[in-house]
Design a protein around this ligand. Sequence first.
Ligand SMILES: [Zn+2]
Length: 232
Amino acid sequence: MKVFIENPNLLIAEFNEIAGIVQKKAFITVGTEIQKEEVETLKKYREDLKNLKKDFVSRKLENEANLVYCLDNSLLALQCELEMLICLKEDKMDEAWAKLVKAQVVYGTVIRNCPADFQTPNGYIERLNQYEKLLFPNLFFHSTGGIIKKSHCSICGQSLSKCHHIKGKLYMGEMCTRVITEMELEEISLVEDPANKLCRVLTIETDGRMIDILTLREIKVEPISKDLADSI
Ligand SMILES: [Zn+2]
């Protein structure tokens, strides 16, 4: 059980209220303009949360700062879900996919880091997975392999093998990540279950035509201009 100096219950109640409102609007039938308005409301509230986190950090209240990280990222996942629905209705399919993947990644960090008593309703990640299955075709992805030459810890800047931070854990409201600054690419392979679902195959070639995998529309490839060809 984590110890909180500041009572988090009020903050959690406020979060639940906002999340409840957003979830009522996270259906494809809801008016696009209403969803866009909700996205703006969420962005404003998340700004307030960021300021609150700064205040906690300045007072060295780590559990409180980490909780705000989780609440903020839960709301970011909901925001991405709304944005995905808006993109689908506006025929922006690449963006819709990117928003769904962002929601999954962001909510994944919440699940891994949030104290169990403050988890948002279970099954949210399942909801996102259902979107993936029902709304998008089966996709193929690329996976890159290589040797990492230079990397450092996002929290302290040292090599992760030298510092005490653990990748994927929260420290004072920030997630520790490995920042790769130099990598030697060895291979790119085609996979079905990638580390990064944004790294996907975008087009297929059939009968000499380039087809967008999401929309099945033909992509017109502009011939490279002479100036550009010369500069390569
Ligand atoms: Zn570190």
